[in-house]
Write a protein that binds this ligand. Sequence first.
Ligand SMILES: Cc1cc2nc3c(=O)[nH]c(=O)nc-3n(C[C@H](O)[C@H](O)[C@H](O)COP(=O)(O)O)c2cc1C
Length: 263
Amino acid sequence: MADEQAGRSRDSIANTLIVAISVALVCSILVSASAVVLRPLQLENQDLFRKRIVLEVAGLYEPGIDINTRFSAIEPRLIDLETGAYSDAADAATFDVLAASNDPDMSIDIPPELDIANIRRRSTLAPVYVVRDGDRVEQVILPVHGAGLWSTMYGYLSVERDGRTVRGLQFYEHAETAGLGDQVDRPDWRAQWQGLLLFDADGNPAVEVVRGQAPEGSPHAVDGLSGATLTGRGVMDLVRYWTGPHAFGPYLARLAREADRNE
Ligand SMILES: Cc1cc2nc3c(=O)[nH]c(=O)nc-3n(C[C@H](O)[C@H](O)[C@H](O)COP(=O)(O)O)c2cc1C
């Protein structure tokens, strides 16, 4: 009898609610705590992943290497995009270019007629990664981003010391469709970028992702991405924007002059 009564009170609505709320509370504390505890690890992994992509695009990555050790041979520098000169206004290694792009004091609107990458704003400073051979610049790696069909694509473009020739292009983040737009990650397509000339004879950005196959021996063109012409056009436009006069153009021109002087 007493047992029956105890059983009934155990199954009461109040008890059920207390147990349900307690379980929900404990679970939410566990989830929030693990999110807080794991955040630094997540950020570290993100940082390592980006460093790996920089090393890959520079041709300096080998499986099994210690990424931080290899990355320490690369010199992060900040560029004042307007002049193309190196800037010491902030620490290049920790400069958050995307946060700066959203800070009105550290960024500018891109005039619509120049905004071919469709990003609306950009920071006035941008980090680059300089790879040297002794004192001489060997290549520079530029962060680039711009609109694909569905997403903003973020990547790195490596340019030879002459400031004109592509060494590599690789994206580290985008949300283009698997099997269509994500062909930007195909190693054979990325390989076509190596050796491409960024500018035409008048110094205008000239890389081209054509529809279909690039003409044999074209210095500026790579093949189109079949079924993903729009993502391909996005890549072409973002590379043209970031290598153009409103972005890294002045810096690349300085590099080219420096390389010509040292020839
Ligand atoms: C579900 C779906 C996803 C698509 N994803 C992409 C994409 O990621 N990138 C892209 O350029 N086109 C994508 N397309 C195709 C575009 O709408 C467009 O047809 C294509 O870019 C044209 O390229 P094509 O002329 O080479 O066929 C997608 C289409 C559908 C129906």
